[in-house]
Design a protein around this ligand. Sequence first.
Ligand code: AMP
Length: 671
Amino acid sequence: MEIDQRNTPPGGKKREELKQIIVVLIGLPGSGKSTFCEEVAKISNRPWVRVCQDAINNGKSGTKIMCLSVAAAALEYGKSVLIDRCNIDKEQRADFLKLGGSETEKHAVVLDLPNSLCISRSVKRSGHEGKLQGGRAAQVVNHMAPKKELPKLSEGFNRIMFCYNEKDVKEAIKLYGSLSLCDSLPFGCFGQKSVDSMVQVGIRSFFKKQDTSGNAKSVPEDSGNQGAEAGSHTADFQFDLEKASDIIVEQVEEYIGRIGEAKLVMVDLSHGSKILSLVKTKAAKKNIDSNKFSTFVGDITQLRSCGGLSCNVIANPTNWEIKPGGGGVNAAVFKAAGFVLEVATKERAEKLAAGECVVVPLPSSSPWFGAEGVTHVIHVLGPNMNPKRPNCLKDDYTKGCKILREAYSSLFEGFASIVKPYGNKDQNGKRAAAYVPENNKKTKDSSSSLSKSGVNNRNQDEQGSNTKTWNPWAQALHKIAMSPDSHKDIVLEVSDHVVVIKDSYPKAQQHLLVIARCHGLDSLADVSGEDIPLMKEMHDVGLKWAEKLILENNSLEFRLGYHSIPSMRQLHLHVISQDFDSTHLKNKKHWLSFNTPFFLDSVNVVKQLEEAGELRLGNESFFDGVLRCHRCLSVNPNMPKLKNHLRSCKDPLTFLIQNGYLISSEGKYSR
Ligand code: AMP
């Protein structure tokens, strides 16, 4: 470990121009952390300081405090720092994230190589700084491995890069080694194994725990199911199990080819579950690949910890208000996920009609996310034959089966939207509209669905593209893009590829939207490398408008960017002045959507597309954050106070200026 004592960095650059970075390496012994640091330092012209706990004490092993103080000193001297220790859990990393100023970028590089490789490397090595080699190394790795906790942006990282093999590591070395003094890397999570390869969906929709003996206890005495055989109906919704199992297997068969590498698992709590055994038998008869669809007995809230199943997406048979309650799965799901699920759900939907579902990304602050790795909950409402519950169908199985089919179909489409965007193209090279099953191509009375964004309303005519379905109210921008002539009053500019409009609910003095006119580009989730020319065109048009508005009022400063998860359909770039002086800026979500990494700067989006050929959009929730002024970074207790503060705060937008994100009369913006 060496510290270069020169106060002025090489090249004589002014300190303000430097992009200092603290890189927290994360990995088991033998994962290659020290090699990473050495290789980066070898090829880099940046003054990196490696802080290695195994050698911090005059070449000998030292303490974490020593590492912290050396890292702090190195940052003071204008260096960038590589923290070379295992840092396997959040607690280990937290102190390092407090180092440096707000302008210091905090990165994590995760060397998540196979445990067996880490063991064999550390056992075989000799002359290790911390003397961790031979048989003891294997013991240490085995002891540490289960405690490994992957980092999240919410810990305070600006950027996280995941490496799973030597090729990934080489690429990371090249990337960090090539960073010059003022370079910055795009923020966000990169290289993480796609959900596609990890996701399984736990389905326990509509079926409450079955009584193993199949006796009448599972069906309420006054259920109205005259003649119903005990155990042959679901307890909550009292739906005929033979009919239900036929529909489930039929729907699984239809959708299994559309979810890529992902798997489906149907879960019930009891070994005596009749529905599970019916589905299992019928799926086997239809030769459904058991690697793609299987049944599982266990607690759906503890699939990973108790069942060893990594189910990231959980289907929840909910009630029409999508609220905790009942005694079954719905109650258990809301309990396991905590209050944040209620909040996140409410942001997307308030009610569901039978047959509908809503996909809710689970905020990383949920205990379920941390403990079980659940990333999404898909709430789905099935048909009800129980007279004690709302909207009883009174044994009308024609209607009931139709709704159950819709519910599963909606659920699987919601799942497919998370795991596998499938953007098809037509002969003209344009993206085709999304697949909509014929039987759903009809208009629905929108009053029956009071849901907000993200609801998979299967009965909508306008389904949207591949990644999500959209409610009618979320279609306004799409309509403008497709027929700008019918919206002449609000359109500022039209070309073949884009439309520029004034945002109808501006969140600042000037707030324009540059909307793409391409079919099938609903949001960033649909964007790929082939869209780079369009994204650049959108950027240039946005920049042109920002510059025009600055000519009219030179106190304006602009930022161009996208919401990582937009509320409105059709890819649109926000061109927004940084005064945030608007009566439409009302709530915390409005503020945070423009002032957290939820807002992705257009330059970074294009850069990421050019470098990686695709966008990695995290599913982090940024809406739990504090109301921090984007200028002086002070925290304000509520929106009125923040808005009041914004009127007088004149601090420069240092972060935006440093990163080349700000467009102002002062200087030119990076293109
Ligand atoms: P996003 O959350 O990124 O999808 O942003 C959508 C933007 O569209 C918001 O800033 C809304 O204020 C704006 N908006 C919503 N409805 C309309 C509309 N009918 N015309 C113009 N802008 C709209």
